[in-house]
Ligand binder design. Structure first.
Ligand code: NDP
Length: 520
């Protein structure tokens, strides 16, 4: 099988009436499907639990997006066992056929692009632009990983040195049945990226989406089936992470765990996965993508307007609920006051409201627990720094809205300068000079993204060498990685150094086998 060269999908231009109309129609269509009940899917069968729970629209919590099953540990185990059984046949399907199915999923999503964005807007509160960005990123993951699998297959065949006395071959084999545990903040892309990478590599999957975004995940799973994936290759289980997720991680037949989420849960999964269970025959592989406290450094040579624009977009895009959010602005003293004034002015102008309205810049945070966590950090911030903007919640139809919030003159070791808040919350730190700023930027346990705004080529190079983050952006914002262009993933406590959307990502789901035959 061969595929045309990979090309990133383009964002929709919503200033064009036909695009606006298409997403509006999709929103109307999806609104007509709200409140339905969804089963789990285990071994191809629809499975109900004794109880269900509701996934609601965070901008309008009285609106139920859908009811899903309150699965338990027994469902998690059944899903892993179904995936394990399916592995025996799926691993024999050629890479070409697997890639064809995944490209088929991409095509189906392309056709229903606005519908997926509409689910995203209604289930997790993304603005139109953010939702569209996520849908196209998902299509890119499918297309990219399909091609990477074909590349690995080809490269393995020709990668060895030769000797006359032997015929030597090298093959990539899949690992087995994996648990894929995903967050709510990129409910389509994270779930699809991990799942499609695992499956195109020949593995089988039991997926558990976050409790606040199970409906989108259900629709994505069905897209795989529609594209021809055998149903038992991808199993879908819903329920609480500490019950369903833990049971999936613990199962002795789980070969790998693909996880994206918080540092606390990621590190606990790492620990659990290291415990060898009775009957277990391998060391479980963990692929963990976790949080960040991402620095944006600005020096005295920078274009301050560009820096202010990038800082506000990086800190408040999707309400700051991105692992890549630029949540720490580290500004050298010489331009500090000027830049802070520009940041505050821009952040003040952000329109907060229901993101189903295309004029809105910032929607709600995900749930009441997020409101509590963020307002808790606002209280901490009042002790640790100066509140320059926001700090309050906003009342609108019971939605979970928080004002864009900026704290200034925060010490570099303060809690709000070190801990991931995951909301519309920017911490601004004053640095003496560039050296000091670089040291502050690195003085965190995380290492996901980072930016430097500077016109000094020498400093840009210094940052390339010394700013220890998985994704470094020079003179641009910290968010918005594109598949195949900016392989994405962090260092230190931000994860296991994997690079989603990068040329070596699929190796995480494969193992190499050497076959050596003596020639007579
Ligand atoms: P969580 O860690 O709370 O949850 C992630 C997933 O883990 C959910 O499906 C959750 O289920 C499940 N889970 C919870 N507890 C356990 C457990 N004990 N064992 C196994 N699974 C469990 O993260 P969020 O969903 O709140 O997502 C936000 C976090 O994700 C942020 O820290 C963000 O930085 C990070 N993130 C990182 C990315 C990266 O690429 N590095 C990308 C996107 C997000 P349930 O919902 O039922 O609790």
């Amino acid at each position: 099988m061969s595929l045309p060269p990979f090309k990133n999908e383009a964002l929709a231009d919503f200033s064009q009436p036909e695009n606006r109309q298409a997403l509006q129609q999709a929103l109307d269509k999806v609104r007509g499907q709200l409140g339905r009940s969804y089963p789990m899917i285990i071994g191809g069968d629809e499975v109900m639990a004794d109880e269900t729970f509701a996934s609601v629209n965070p901008a309008l919590p009285s609106q139920v997006v859908g009811y899903v099953q309150q699965g338990g540990a027994e469902h998690a185990r059944a899903a892993i066992e179904a995936a394990d059984r399916a592995f025996d046949s799926w691993k024999r399907v050629s890479a070409g056929e697997r890639a064809e199915i995944i490209v088929g999923v991409a095509e189906l999503m392309r056709r229903r692009r606005h519908e997926f964005s509409a689910w995203n807007i209604l289930e997790v509160g993304k603005t139109w632009g953010e939702a569209d960005g996520e849908t196209i990123e998902t299509i890119d993951f499918f297309e990219y990983y399909a091609r990477q699998m074909l590349r690995f297959e080809q490269e393995a065949a020709t990668s060895l040195e030769t000797i006359p006395s032997e015929r030597n071959r090298y093959r990539y084999l899949p690992l087995g049945a994996g648990a894929v545990i995903t967050p709510w903040n990129f409910p389509t892309a994270q779930m699809s990226g991990l799942t499609s990478a695992a499956i195109v590599a020949g593995n089988t999957v039991a997926v558990k989406p976050a409790e606040t975004s199970p409906v989108i995940a259900y629709h994505v799973v069905n897209l795989f089936y529609e594209a021809g994936l055998p149903r038992d290759v991808l199993n879908y289980v819903t329920g609480p992470g500490e019950v369903v997720g833990e049971a999936m991680v613990d199962h002795p037949r789980t070969r790998f765990i693909g996880f994206t989420g918080s540092k606390a849960v990621g590190t606990s999964i790492n620990q659990r996965a290291a415990v060898i269970q009775p009957g277990q025959r391998w060391i479980k592989r963990t692929i963990l993508e976790m949080g960040g406290k991402n620095p944006v450094v600005v020096d005295e040579t920078a274009d301050l307007e560009a820096a202010a624009e990038g800082i506000v977009a990086g800190a408040f895009g999707y309400q700051g609920q991105k692992c890549s959010a630029g949540s720490r602005a580290i500004i050298v003293d010489q331009v500090y006051d000027d830049l802070v004034a520009r940041i505050v002015e821009r952040a003040k102008a952000l329109r907060v409201g229901d993101p189903a309205d295309p004029a809105v810049d910032m929607g709600p945070v995900i749930d009441p627990e997020a409101v509590d966590k963020i307002t808790g950090y606002i209280a901490v911030g009042r002790e640790e720094g100066d509140l320059a903007l926001g700090g309050g919640t906003l009342e609108h139809e019971g939605g979970y809205f928080i004002e864009p919030t900026v704290f200034t003159d925060v010490p570099a070791d303060a809690r709000i300068a070190q801990e991931e808040v995951f909301g519309p919350f920017l911490t601004v730190i004053r640095a003496r000079d560039f050296e000091d700023a670089l040291a502050i930027a690195n003085a965190t346990e995380y290492g996901l993204t980072g930016s430097l705004y500077s016109h000094s080529q020498e400093r840009l190079e210094r940052a390339a060498e010394e700013l220890h983050v998985g994704n470094l952006y020079l003179n641009r914002k910290s968010t918005g990685a594109e598949v195949g262009i900016h392989p994405f993933g962090g260092f230190n406590m931000s994860g296991t150094d994997s690079k989603a959307g990068g040329p070596d990502y699929l190796l995480l789901f494969l193992q190499g086998k050497s076959i050596s035959e003596k020639v007579a």
